[in-house]
Design a protein around this ligand. Sequence first.
Ligand code: 2AL
Length: 250
Amino acid sequence: MKLLLINPNTSSPMTHAIAQGAKAVAAPTTEIVAVQPSFGPLSIEGHYDEAFAAAGVAEQLRLAQESGANPAPDAVVIACFGDPGLEAAREITRAPVLGIAEAGFHAASMLATGFSVVTTMTRTCIIAERLVQRYGFEHQCRGVHGTDIAVLDLEDAGSTVIDQIEQTAREALSRDRSGAIVLGCAGMTTLCQTLTERLGVPVIDGVAVAVKFAEALAALGLGTSKHGDYATPLPKVYTGWASPFGWPKR
Ligand code: 2AL
């Protein structure tokens, strides 16, 4: 199967790191195609960044579906913890589309009665908290914690970011009475194994679980429903810089 892995930010090193994480867990028969938008923020750390990132996700999914030479993806993973453009993406494909926050919450709630999220900038906590509410995990998510680590600083392998994340996770496990940690950024995928060893509880990398859930759904022949509100968008002209994004007549 072909799995389209969209990094919604425009950092090539991060796209590479996320792709490596996905390939490490994917089945041998899964082809991981990792892409990033042609425009938009280098990292996503707030609502403004997210607005552009969502359009970038739509851009990349449409390109992947419309490029005549390639087969369309069998599954799609959106690898940013705000799940930008997730529902828009579901409207424009029949393949299953998974966001790493949604996948991470589901995995954590199957492994512990309560989990904590450890994320990057404190200002992004509200984004994760609203996703917790929207996806219905208020009873399982016991806290969302910022570390004030900038997303792009996660790329610096020699830094002390892992110690900071470990410390925040330890405090969260104790204060929240949680049994599992969900990593609140796709850029943390490279840290998951070490944090699991250090913390001794399930540490969930949304990228890894989203890839495995996506493989499972696609293998079962399950895709996004076109009945109801994930139906294909209405044919429409888009204007100005967004004109390439208009939906063609069916
Ligand atoms: C993210 C993420 O996963 N990628 C990015 O650029 N920003 N989310 C976050 N909370 O830091």
